[in-house]
Ligand binder design. Structure first.
Ligand code: 2HG
Ligand code: ZN
Length: 540
């Protein structure tokens, strides 16, 4: 076994990788968000939405159109446009100002799994405009779907029928940053990566990082309490949120944009701005990736990493052989393939350190590397030598969702499970698919191309991506609710970080007690009595 450099052209060297601030210009913010959903009072005898949703998903296709909403029709276009400072802030197929192609990106989700039929997208440029739009919708019984970067994976930010889409992408200003306290106040539509570049210039870091950072918006991140790749280090995003500005369904603006450390709060509405406590950017970062022969070995290395690295351990990710195959294939297609390992394994883990003393961190990581190698816990490993290699090693993990998406239609599961049990879920799903004769090349000859298991080991968060030739009701029935049953059996959560959306709302009972659900339902009724905000994502 030897440690290889990622560029595979030199002997192994363990060296500190400095993490330089990414020069960045400036940015944009904002956001949006919506809420979880609970069923609220359905008003009697209302008109039904005129359109049927076009869903591939079995669940979605069985959702009944909800009574009580008005049709999103042409009569609303002019009055809504008059509420906005720019005519281009409203896109509509009803008056021909947009084509159905323009609207498709807002109606469809990233996986092309869920798609609605909204004829209207509103992109307000200020909180005041958001308020006016929501007030109008409230008075006219129009259902609304708030949408940020539309990078969600559970069909939470797309319309189901003809709900009006309220995009936060024009709410994109950084309002303030205080370098003493590290508090950033930004509009909800600011793109995560832009916020982070802005902070990097000032020696700070956004306390969240995830693969979709180039498109997702911080309002959506906060609304979904996105977990991402460094939760291990920075904790849950909600722990860093100091305040919110929220527009309630009736248009009331709630200014909860506190910047105080001890004034955390939350509500149900459209997030238009957030204040976030941002930590100092670590001045030294390293990353190493290992190949291993078993999930047990991954757990051993995780335990060693925790004890030997302590506070400088900032991420511990794992992925399996199938994931590795998918991502290396994808990298090849992108022209960025490189031979990283002499000895491949059934598992891989990525370990990141982040600290402020390069030499000290390097010594600690070297100690870990030597230990796991001499104890033969790992088969092979690579260590970044510079910033390019740092990014390249991370891309092996960050590109995984995209790699799965390129390989076919993906059934995605985002689960919280105790770490020792995590991988047994992937194995049980494989067994079930095999028994159903749908696992290609593995007994059956069916339409499943791969079952990839990966995730944030440090957070007990497992992602299972089942890559199929195409979405089908038959496959979905084999997988669900079985997968949620085994999660419940293990006292886990059916949604670790992606949210419920239209995909998982009917299954919340696998994770929450009747009492919790009832409390959520009452809260939703309190803030959104007409149930106009993001309908169809409620608990059935
Ligand atoms: O693709 C997925 O299922 C996970 C997406 C995201 O949460 C990640 O960890 O990369
Ligand atoms: Zn994740």
């Amino acid at each position: 076994m030897r440690m290889l450099r990622p560029n595979a052209d030199a002997d192994a060297v363990i060296r500190r990788t400095s993490f330089f601030p990414i020069s960045g210009s400036f940015i944009v913010f904002i956001l949006v968000l919506v809420i979880m959903a609970l069923r609220s009072a359905i008003r009697a005898a209302g008109r039904l939405p005129p359109l049927r949703p076009v869903f591939v998903s079995r669940l979605a296709s069985t959702l009944p159109p909800r009574a009580g909403f008005a049709k999103t029709s042409e009569e609303h276009v002019k009055p809504l446009r008059s509420l906005l400072s720019s005519p281009t802030s409203l896109l509509s197929t009803l008056d021909g100002s947009a084509s159905s192609d323009d609207l498709a990106t807002y109606n469809n989700d990233w996986m092309n799994k869920y798609y609605g039929q909204s004829p209207l997208v509103v992109k307000p440029k200020s909180t005041d405009e958001v308020s006016k739009v929501l007030k109008y919708c409230y008075e006219h019984d129009l259902a609304v779907v708030p949408q940020g970067g539309n990078t969600g994976l559970v069909g939470g930010s797309n319309p189901v029928y003809d709900e009006l889409i309220l995009s936060t992408s024009n709410l994109n200003n950084i309002r303030s940053f205080d370098p003493i306290s590290g508090v950033l106040v930004a509009d909800a539509g600011v793109i995560l990566e832009n916020a982070d570049h802005y902070l990097a210039d000032k020696g700070f870091i956004f306390p969240l990082d995830l693969g979709a950072k180039g498109s997702c918006q911080i309002g959506g991140n906060v609304a979904t309490n996105a977990g991402g790749l460094r939760l291990l280090r920075y904790g849950s995003l909600h722990g860093s949120v100091l305040g919110l500005e929220v527009v309630l369904p009736d248009g009331t603006i709630w200014d909860g944009l506190s910047t105080l450390r001890k004034d955390n709060t939350g509500t149900i509405g459209v997030i238009t701005a957030v204040s976030i406590l941002c930590p100092r950017r670590p001045s030294a970062m390293n990353v190493a990736v290992f190949s291993l022969s078993s999930y047990e070995a991954v757990q051993k290395v995780y335990a060693e990493a925790k004890s030997r690295l302590g506070e400088i351990l900032s991420a511990f990710e794992f992925f399996d052989r199938q994931s590795y195959a998918l991502v290396t294939h994808h990298q090849k297609e992108l022209g960025s393939e490189r031979k990283a390992f002499e000895t491949e394994g059934d598992f891989y883990c990525l370990i990141e350190t982040a600290g402020s003393n390069g030499e000290h961190d390097e010594a600690k990581l070297s100690d870990l590397v030597e230990h796991v190698m001499s104890e033969e816990m790992v088969l092979d490993g690579v260590l970044a030598q510079d910033q390019t290699q740092f990014a390249s090693l991370w891309s092996m993990r960050e590109l995984l969702p995209e790699a799965c998406g390129k390989a076919g239609s993906v059934y995605k599961y985002d689960l919280s499970v105790p770490v020792p049990k995590m991988y047994s879920l992937v194995e049980r799903i494989r067994e079930r698919l095999r028994a159903g004769g749908v696992l290609e090349g593995d007994g059956g000859n069916g339409p499943i191309r791969a079952v990839a298991g990966y995730g944030h080991m440090g957070d007990g968060n497992l992602h299972i991506n089942i890559v199929a030739e195409k979405y089908s009701e038959q496959l979905e029935k084999i997988i669900e609710p079985y997968i949620y049953e085994i999660v419940a059996e293990n006292n886990g959560s059916i949604s670790a970080e992606h949210g419920l959306g239209v995909m998982k709302a009917p299954y919340i009972g696998y994770s929450k007690s009747k009492t919790s659900i009832e409390m959520m339902r009452k809260m939703k009724q309190l803030f959104d009595p007409k149930g106009l905000l993001n309908p169809y994502k409620y608990i059935l």
